[in-house]
Design a protein around this ligand. Structure first.
Ligand SMILES: Cc1cc2nc3c(=O)[nH]c(=O)nc-3n(C[C@H](O)[C@H](O)[C@H](O)COP(=O)(O)OP(=O)(O)OC[C@H]3O[C@@H](n4cnc5c(N)ncnc54)[C@H](O)[C@@H]3O)c2cc1C
Length: 391
């Protein structure tokens, strides 16, 4: 496998580097944990996304006809890598990586025209209303109900763990439209305006201290029929398209952030002392740091392999589950090693700006969000290895 960049990929990277140099906002609070409030974070996401859009760097691999740059998936990966290297502010990821590609795949022409520009320009931030209190891994058991009343669906029920719902403008929502049908057959996907009457959002606190996700309640919410994405009762396939895009996209660009964290830990292990000698001389921790480096290299090379497949097929396949499983567990292991290296320092928020303790606490959610590790293993077993279903 030749991992070197082609001349045009190098040109793309160099132009992007130059653009970032001139356009990166001054360093400040840009992680959700460091933002003063959800409103601040919302503003930061929108401002940065608008800047990228104006610079021609929104929707890198989206087709040109839908406002994207029409670049390859390799160039999209270069973009994400450069963003991570420059430690840029966050972007509106749910809209660009999950909702947009799903609307492009199954949306009507009117829906593409209405929603894609707002995703690219950052004017409209999206959330994903899939999970419910009794429907997570077994998502098809969802109970939020939609009944047809003239030219509107009337929605009643509850979603949970809905990331960014407290400041999202729109939601990709899946609801039950036929309770008598087999559970995968009676689901419909809707594009919902979060400011509509009938929606109540209650933020939930995570153990990292953030309120990143929410409970969302629907009481007689009216959604026009033309906001249906795909066909009635065929929303399961739409949901799978969205989830495949989510899993394929989440890991790209993470290598740089993980490598930065590991480099910082190695540096701290050189300077901090325990039992009268530098921590780096502790033979057990040296073993763990070396293993962490090896794991990161495996992740980097596997990402390149996944990208090369994606570049050929254009469609994220079940292999995205391999990456999701690998990076989420790797990040937890490395966050644990960082805490072991730092010892009590790791718990001080004024030691490294609280980065280490935040990473440790936030990484716990990595093996749950976008499908748990067990669910990823089931997908790999069934859809990659062709093994029989486990349930
Ligand atoms: C940080 C974070 C952000 C999230 N953001 C969103 C969001 O924006 N939108 C959204 O809709 N959801 C979101 N979620 C929810 C997430 O998708 C669900 O939590 C996840 O799918 C698991 O569902 P559950 O919590 O109901 O757990 P359950 O499905 O109840 O699982 C409980 C345990 O049982 C295991 N298990 C379940 N079924 C099987 C099986 N068949 N085989 C083996 N083991 C099994 C699971 O792996 C898990 O360990 C988020 C979650 C987190 C942590």
């Amino acid at each position: 496998m030749d991992l070197s960049l082609t001349a045009s990929e190098l040109k793309f990277r160099d132009e992007l580097r130059a653009w970032l140099k001139n356009n990166l906002p001054p360093k400040g609070a840009h992680a959700l944990n460091a933002a003063h409030s959800a409103a601040d974070f919302h503003g930061q996401i929108k401002d940065w996304q608008r800047k990228l859009f104006e610079g021609g760097y929104a929707g890198i691999a989206w087709p040109k006809e839908f406002g994207g740059r029409g670049a390859t998936f390799i160039e999209q990966a270069i973009f994400q890598e450069e963003m991570a290297l420059a430690d840029t502010p966050e972007t509106a990821t749910i809209g660009q990586s999950l909702v947009g590609p799903t609307i492009i795949a199954v949306g009507s022409e009117a829906q593409k025209k209405r929603f894609l520009p707002g995703i690219l320009s950052g004017q409209e931030v999206w959330c994903q209303g899939f999970s419910e209190p009794n429907a997570g891994s077994d998502l098809a058991s969802l109970q939020t109900k939609a009944t047809l009343d003239g030219d509107h669906f009337v929605i009643n029920g509850q979603k949970i763990w809905t990331s960014f719902a407290h400041f999202a403008d729109l939601c990709l929502l899946i609801v039950r439209t036929d309770s008598a049908a087999a559970k995968h057959k009676g689901i419909t996907c809707l594009l919902v305006d979060m400011k509509s009457p009938g929606i109540t959002v209650r933020p939930l606190k995570m153990m990292s201290g953030d309120s990143e996700f929410n409970e969302v309640f629907f009481s007689n919410l009216r959604v026009p029929v033309d906001r249906m994405l795909g066909k009635v009762n065929e929303g399961w396939n739409v949901a799978i398209t969205a989830l495949s895009n989510e899993r394929a996209n989440l890991g790209i660009g993470l290598y740089v952030a993980f490598k930065r964290n590991l480099d910082a830990v190695v540096e701290q292990a050189r300077t901090l002392r325990r039992h009268g000698r530098p921590i780096i001389e502790d033979p057990v921790l040296r073993q763990k740091l070396a293993q962490a480096y090896v794991d990161l290299e495996v992740f980097r090379l596997n990402t390149a392999r996944g990208l090369s497949t994606l570049n050929k097929t254009g469609v994220p396949g079940p292999e995205g589950s391999i990456q999701k499983l690998y990076w989420s567990e790797l990040n937890q292991r490395n966050a644990q090693i960082a805490m072991e290296v730092l010892g009590p320092y790791g718990q001080l928020t004024d030691f490294d700006g609280g980065r280490c303790v935040y990473n440790y606490l936030r990484s716990r959610g990595n093996t749950i969000e976008a499908g748990t590790s067990e669910v990823q293993r089931n997908i790999i077993a069934q859809r990659v290895l062709g093994l029989p279903r486990s349930y």
